[in-house]
Ligand binder design. Structure first.
Ligand code: SF4
Length: 685
């Protein structure tokens, strides 16, 4: 028997835990602790423990598929590439759109970006950060000049006060939740504001439930209290921030007095005052948020408000402080860093900057140039263009994304995909989206290739190959390179390894300049920015100065605005959506992991006990949830652990898809949809 252990990085959430894959006779059969990673010190959550189970699922795609007369038939790689090249050559650049992925490596995101901008010459490329943290990128960049989590995961344990708003950390980032426990054991006060009494809330010294979509009012109230009591960090504010007087005028207005915000948010005035005192007087205070803050039509406003609070209290560039935006998927930070966004190349270098455009065009060496130096469409805008302006976009290349379960208003998403003349999907399973494709390309998972991913704390870490891909499946970067070759651009995609691609990325990306595989192979890896080969990396951003050219942080006065859709007589409840401990994103991997699927085999809707009584609904009874966009039949979970008037559904489950109900209303800047608040009615079936 041949047995080996291959150290790698978890393919699920953005925490970036390390573990060993156990490989027996060439096949991955289990996971074992790897204790040298400082992030998780050998511990993993249930998803990480069973991260081997989907790898050899019988559902894995093993051959290219081409749809003929409405049915998939197996094809050779050459047949698939020939068809893709013939079709994509027939479209104008701006008729093509590409979706990259938070599930694949940095190297593969970079190559799809290069394929889009260099081979297809389209400016339309995006990925699922649009659905989770696009508002973080825009909001934190406006506040600090850099749109990423400011502090490190280890740093959370050092904090003297941890304020969690819009994050169920213990279920979504369990090993970051462990740092909150360590902070608590070190004497920190823990504050959790959430519409649900989550496992995270159960750790809190102060918990308050509130209405989804009232975050700005709550944060303004806390800042108003801090200023009225003189708890702001006057030195930090005077030396390092712009916009204080305007912010002060807004947050100290009567609208945001605790007694008034109690009426808006449902949080008792006394709890708001206590939270303000704890945050304002702590030696250090870390703010943690996730999609509860970002997935709103005011997502950018929400993010800027978290930044305002942390600047006001001097918790930027400070150990134990920071705006800790917890990224959902393993490599959503990396996909953004790699320029799989419609407005930037790698390292957030702007597409519309002529010098940047020339730098990439020169480095890549396409004889016929690259896409125009213009911003492209966000994924949510692509789907709206498909339905509202048929014929403008004609072809799409999707790598590792599943919009047919992850996008808002799935009826609209399905209608959008149906408008395409030609759709290519590159994935490891025949997902709900792949079923709509004209060509499906069988790809590889994290256990079958080498590469890097960048976790939520900007730590760049390695994946290592543990087994061969199944059947004829190929590594994603190899597929992209072969598509480029079929289109006539083999010379621009000469790669023999992921490392060669990484070295090209590092050469073009200032924040990755000092990284190479030798350095990243160390257990602690590296945080960007890492500008030179002797630079130690940057676990905490903005020490001494922010990343704006003048080094100053920018405070933004923001007024609270309600969600795009609020309850009324016809749809009297607020629906919010999210995830659970046992599943991840659209469930394509976790629902094919026997242990995880057994634990939680289907979805549910959480209904407050009093609401359920008024509706005559018993626990576990099937109910019908309806919004203005669709209807879902789903089992009820009657509980005191959700605020009266609010309901919750996880979005992992196709048979009771929460996103049939959600609202496609977008933040005007980040174009992120409002997954966290829409109006629904619920009735017994
Ligand atoms: Fe994987 Fe996240 Fe769990 Fe760590 S906390 S094992 S990265 S899912």
């Amino acid at each position: 028997m041949d047995l080996k252990y291959v150290q790698t990085t978890c393919p699920y959430c953005g925490t970036g835990c390390s573990f060993n894959l156990v490989v027996k006779d060439g096949k991955v059969v289990g996971t074992q602790p790897y204790k040298r990673s400082p992030v998780n010190e050998g511990k993993v959550c249930p998803k990480g423990t069973y991260a081997h189970e989907f790898v050899n699922s019988p559902d894995r795609l093993t051959k290219p598929l081409i749809k003929k007369d409405g049915k998939f038939v197996e094809a050779t790689w050459d047949e698939a590439y020939d068809l893709i090249a013939q079709k994509f050559k027939s479209y104008k650049p701006d008729e093509i759109a590409c979706l990259s992925s938070a599930r694949v490596s940095n190297e593969e995101n970079y190559l799809l970006m290069k394929l889009a901008r260099g081979v297809f010459k389209t400016r339309h490329i995006d990925h699922c950060a649009r659905l989770c943290h696009a508002s973080t990128v825009a909001g934190l960049a406006a506040s600090f000049g850099s749109g990423a989590m400011t502090n490190s995961i280890l740093d959370i344990a050092e904090s003297k006060c941890v304020f969690v708003i819009g994050s169920n950390t213990f279920e979504q980032h369990p090993l970051i939740g462990r740092k909150i426990v360590q902070a608590k054991l070190n004497g920190a006060k823990i504050i959790v504001f959430d519409p649900r009494y989550t496992p995270t809330a159960k750790q809190a010294d102060l918990y308050a439930s509130f209405y989804s979509g009232t975050d700005v009012a709550v944060l303004n109230c806390l800042m108003g209290e801090i200023i009225r009591n003189g708890w702001e960090d006057k030195e930090w504010v005077s030396k390092r921030a712009k916009g204080y007087e305007e912010l002060k005028a807004t947050v100290t207005s009567d609208t945001y007095l605790p007694e008034n915000v109690e009426k808006i948010s449902g949080i008792a005035a006394a709890d708001l005052k206590t939270a303000a005192e704890w945050i304002g007087t702590a030696e250090s205070s870390a703010l943690l948020y996730s999609m509860g803050i970002t997935q709103h039509t005011v997502g950018v406003d929400n993010v800027k408000s978290t930044a305002n609070l942390q600047m006001l209290t001097g918790n930027i560039g400070r150990r134990g402080g920071g705006v800790n935006a917890l990224r959902g998927q393993n490599n959503v930070q990396g996909a953004c860093d790699m320029g799989a966004l419609p407005v930037v190349f790698t390292g957030y270098q702007k597409v519309i900057d002529e010098a940047v455009h020339k730098k990439f065009a020169d480095a890549w060496g396409f004889p016929d140039g690259i896409c125009e130096p213009k911003n492209g469409y966000e994924v949510t805008v692509m789907f709206n263009v498909l339905t509202d302006n048929p014929g403008e976009l004609k072809a799409m290349y999707i790598m590792g994304e599943n919009p047919m379960l992850s996008d808002p208003d799935l009826t609209h998403a399905e209608h959008a995909l149906e408008q395409l003349e030609f759709l290519v999907v590159q994935d490891i399973f025949l997902t709900e989206t792949a079923q709509h494709a004209d060509v499906v390309l069988p790809a590889t998972c994290y256990a079958e290739k080498e590469g890097t991913q960048t976790s939520t704390e900007r730590r760049v870490q390695m994946w290592r190959k543990a087994q061969d891909p199944p059947g004829e499946a190929k590594v994603d970067w190899q597929i992209i390179s072969e598509v480029a070759a079929a289109m006539g651009y083999a010379d621009q995609f000469p790669y023999q390894s992921a490392e060669e691609i990484f070295n090209e990325i590092a050469a073009l990306t200032p924040s990755y300049h000092g990284m190479n595989y030798e350095r990243l192979n160390r257990p602690e890896a590296l945080h960007w920015p890492c500008p030179t080969e002797d630079h130690p990396g940057t676990p905490i951003l903005h020490i001494g100065k922010c990343s704006h050219p003048d080094g100053m942080g920018v405070m933004h006065p923001i007024e609270w605005k309600p969600p795009a859709e609020v309850p009324d007589d016809e749809y009297p409840y607020i629906l919010t959506t999210g995830r659970c401990l046992w599943h991840w994103h659209t469930g394509s991997m976790t629902r094919r992991s026997a242990t995880l699927d057994t634990e939680v085999p289907t979805g549910w809707i959480e209904i407050n006990t009093e609401d359920a009584k008024e509706l005559g609904i018993a626990n576990k009874e099937m109910v019908r949830a309806t919004s203005r966009r669709g209807t879902v039949d789903v089992p009820a979970k009657v509980t005191d652990e959700i605020k009266k008037g609010v309901m919750f559904m996880p979005f992992h489950f196709a048979e009771c898809a929460a996103n049939r109900l959600t609202n496609n209303a977008l933040d005007p800047i980040a174009k992120i949809p409002e997954f966290k608040a829409c109006a629904v009615k619920v009735e017994k079936i």
